[in-house]
Design a protein around this ligand. Structure first.
Ligand code: ADP
Length: 219
């Protein structure tokens, strides 16, 4: 299968992190920034780095932006530039354009002009940290919908030695266990009779509030 081709426009903290992570994962990544210095630094890390103003249509045409499967636009500081670059990328026919928004209003405009996904990195990270701080057992979570998430939860002491059947998390809390991590192993089809150990990590799906209740588990 052909590997996805990514282009990242705007090499601030967010754009650089996306570009370098994708490169480390083995993807070809093109980065574009109007700053010569940023482009020079990035050229040591990624496949291609080009200095250009992304608000000028002919620049994005000559770069061949429309040939990329995913374009990430990460110009936060200049909302107008971010909107222009998004509009041009969509008009050129890029299939999936992900854009970093500075605030809700910026995000709304981006959605209106066709951004396929709008992200609010600081807001999202803040929410993750809050979940993490408010509960001792939740290690990480991904929001699936406003009410639902997938979370990594450490097995509380009270659950150690019990089986999935004993715990009955689905009936008690409406939470389903998708997998169990034990040290470096991941068991993606836990049996009802498998016994949990303290420090096992459960990967669960359910409503946020219900996942939080697991912490209060009493047998
Ligand atoms: P972060 O908040 O993630 O650090 P910034 O919004 O500060 O990101 O960074 C934006 C980046 O986008 C900067 O590197 C800047 O040079 C680049 N940039 C701004 N306007 C344009 C433009 N018109 N074309 C290309 N790159 C741009």
């Amino acid at each position: 299968m052909k590997k996805k081709q990514f282009a990242v426009v705007g090499l601030g903290r967010f754009g650089s992190s996306v570009a370098y992570t994708l490169t480390n994962m083995g993807y070809d990544v093109l980065v574009v920034d109007k700053s010569e210095n940023k482009v020079q630094d990035a050229s040591k890390e990624v496949t291609h780095a080009i200095q250009a103003d992304a608000t000028v249509e002919k620049n994005l045409i000559s770069i061949g932006l429309r040939n990329f499967d995913v374009v990430i636009i990460s110009i936060g500081e200049n909302i107008q530039a971010s909107i222009m670059a998004t509009l041009i990328a969509k008009e050129l026919g890029v299939g999936y354009v992900v854009v970093k928004a500075q605030n809700k209003m910026h995000g709304k405009v981006l959605e209106r002009i066709g951004a396929d996904r709008v992200i609010y990195p600081e807001w999202d990270m803040g929410a993750r940290v809050a979940h993490n701080l408010a509960t001792t057992n939740i290690l990480d979570y991904i929001e699936l919908a406003p009410d639902y998430s997938i979370a990594e939860v450490t097995v509380p002491k009270k659950m150690a030695g019990k089986t999935l059947r004993d715990l009955d998390l689905r009936a008690r809390y409406g939470v389903t266990v998708l997998a169990v991590k034990r040290e470096d192993d991941v068991n993606i089809s836990p049996k009802p009779t498998d016994k949990f150990r303290e420090k096992d990590v459960l990967i669960v799906v359910g409503k946020h509030d219900n996942i939080n209740q697991i912490e209060e588990f009493t047998s």
